[in-house]
Design a binder for this molecule. Sequence first.
Ligand code: C2E
Ligand code: MG
Ligand code: MG
Length: 585
Amino acid sequence: MSTQEQDRLFALRQLNLLDTSPSESFDRITRMASQLFGLPIAAVSLTDENRQWFKSRVGVDHWEIPRETAPCADVCNSSHPLIIQDLLASDCYRNSYLANSGIRFYAGAPLVTREGHTLGAMCVLGTQPREVSEQEQATLRDLAAMVMAQIELQHAFGRIDPLTGLSNRHQFAEDLQDMERDAPNGRRVALFTEVVNASELSMFHRTMGPAFLDELARIAARCLQQAIGPSSTLYYLGGCQFMHLVNQASDAELLEEALRLRQALLALESTRDVPVLIHPIMGIAPFCLGEVTAADVLRIAHAACLDARQAGEVAGLFSLDLDAHHQRRFTLLGDIGRALDNADELYLVFQPRVSLGSGECLGAEALLRWHHPTLGEVSPGEFIPLIENTPMAKPLTQWVLRHAIRQAAFWHQQGETLQISVNVSATNLEEEDFAERLLDEMARMSLPSTAIEVELTESALIGQGQVAANQLKALIAAGLQIAIDDFGTGYSSLSYLHEIPAHTVKIDRRFITELGQDARTETLVNSMISMAHDLGYRVVAEGIENDISYRRLVELGCNEAQGYFIAKPLLPLVFEKWLHERTVQ
Ligand code: C2E
Ligand code: MG
Ligand code: MG
C-alpha cells in the first residue's frame, strides 16, 4: 500500500465514521440528491481498505460493496468526479458488481478533506442510462461539499472549547497521534500555563462569579495565542489552564520562553484588562512522541506546574524524581485500605525498652510495618505522615491498637508484665470515641490499664481542642500512661511542659546519637532529663546506638532506654526469644 493511501486511510479512520449508525444529517443530503436527480439511488460512500461503506444511502439495501471495480473507489483514487452514462457500454464497468446488480448509470463527486485526503464519493445511481448536464455536475459537487461540511462539523464538535474558541484536550489527543505518525520519536516540550491556581479560582468564583472567570479565560487565551503566534495550537484545558507544544530546546531557552509568556500575561494587569492580581505559573515538560499518551503529557506538564508553585517558583521543569515521589505517595495512599484487609501486609514489631538502672526489660514500643506487594517494605516514617490526615488514620490506628493489645494480653497471660507503648497520631485524638474504643478493646482482652502506654508528639499534646482534651482525660482517668514522643523536636516552649498531661518524656534520638560527641547536646540532654524529672516525668531515651551513650545516660539518671544498641524492633517470636535469653543470662 502506498504511503499516500496509508495516510488517507488513517485520516478516514480518525474521523470515526466507519461502521457508525445512520444519521439524519447525512440522510437528508442523500434524499435531496436522489430527488434533485430524479434517481432511485444516492449514497455517501466511504472508501475503506477493501470496501465501499455507505454512511448514508437511499434505494440500496446493503451497507457495503467490494472496493474492487466500484466506481466510487475510482472517484476516490483520482479525486475527480466520475460520470458513467451507461455501465454496460463501459469496458471498465460492464462486468462490475454494480452492473451485475442492474445499475446502468453512475455519477459521483469526491469527498475531499481540508488536508486533501479523499474519503470517498457522493454518488447518484440509476437503472437506466442517463446524461448529466453542467448544472447537475455543479449540484453534485455542492452536495459533496455539504457532506464534507457535515463531516467536519461532527468532527469538530466536542473538540473546540466554546468559551475560548481554542482546541480542547480531546483535540490535543488527536493532534498528538498525528504528530506521532509524522515524526515518530520526535522530541517535543509541553508548556503548561496555569493563569490562576485552584484556590484563586474558587476565590474568584465566589467573589466575582463565573462570568468573570469566563472573561478571564478568554482574555488569557487571546493574550497567550498572540504571544505564541498563529501557527502554534493553544489548547484550553478548563479552569484557566492552557497548554501548547514547542520544539525541543535547552532548559535555559525553555525557561526563557516560559517566562516571556508569563510576562505577557502579567502585562494584562497593567492594561487593566484584568482587574485582579494574577500569579501565573508555567510548567515545562519535555517528552518523546510515541512514548507517552496524551493524558500523560497533560499530567506531567501540570505536575511541573504544581511542583513549581510548591517550590515557590514561577516556572519549573518536570522532574521525574519528584513525579516518582508523588506517584509513590499516591500508590501508598490508595493501597492502605486494601492492606488493612489483607492479613499479610501489615504487621507489628516490638522494640524493647529497658530500665537503665537494672537493665531489666520493662516493655516495648509497638511499631507498624507494611510489606507492600510491589514496593516491598515501606517505612512508617514514610506512610504514616501521608495517612495521618486522611480518613484512613482512624482504621489504621484501630488496627495497630487491636493488634498491640492482643499481643500485650498474650504476653501477660504468659506471665510477662510488659508495658506496650503504641504510637497515636494527633488526628486520632480528635475522634470522639477514641478513648472508649481503646478501653473497650483492653477490657475485652482483660488487660490491666498499666499494660498500655500511648505515645503522642508534643504538637498533638499542646494546643489540642476540646475533643482531644476529653480523650486524654478519659485515658488518664482509666489509668493509662501517656508519653511525649520525639521530645525536643517540636517548637513548643518548654514552659508548656508542665501543662502537658503526660507521664513519660521520650527524648528524641537525634539528641541521643550525638551524646558523647558534642558537649552542647550533652548539656541539652542533661537539662532535659533534670527538668523532666523535676516536673515528675519518667524519662526514656530513644535511639541508643552505642555503649558510650548508654553509659552516659545511666550517669545522667535517665530512667529507660530504647535503641539498636539494646535491640532493634523485633517480630513477636523473636522478641520472646530475646527476652528469654536475657533473663537466662
Ligand atoms: P517513633 O515513634 O519515634 O519510633 C522510633 C523510631 O526510631 C522507630 O522507627 C525505630 O525503629 C527507630 N529506632 C529505634 N532505635 C533506633 C536506633 O538506635 N537508631 C535508629 N537509627 N533508629 C532507631 P520506625 O519504626 O521506622 O518508625 C518511625 C516513626 O513512624 C515512629 O517514630 C512513629 O512516629 C511512626 N510510627 C511507627 N509505627 C506507628 C504506628 O503504629 N502508628 C503511628 N501513628 N505512628 C507510627
Ligand atoms: Mg514512638
Ligand atoms: Mg520517637
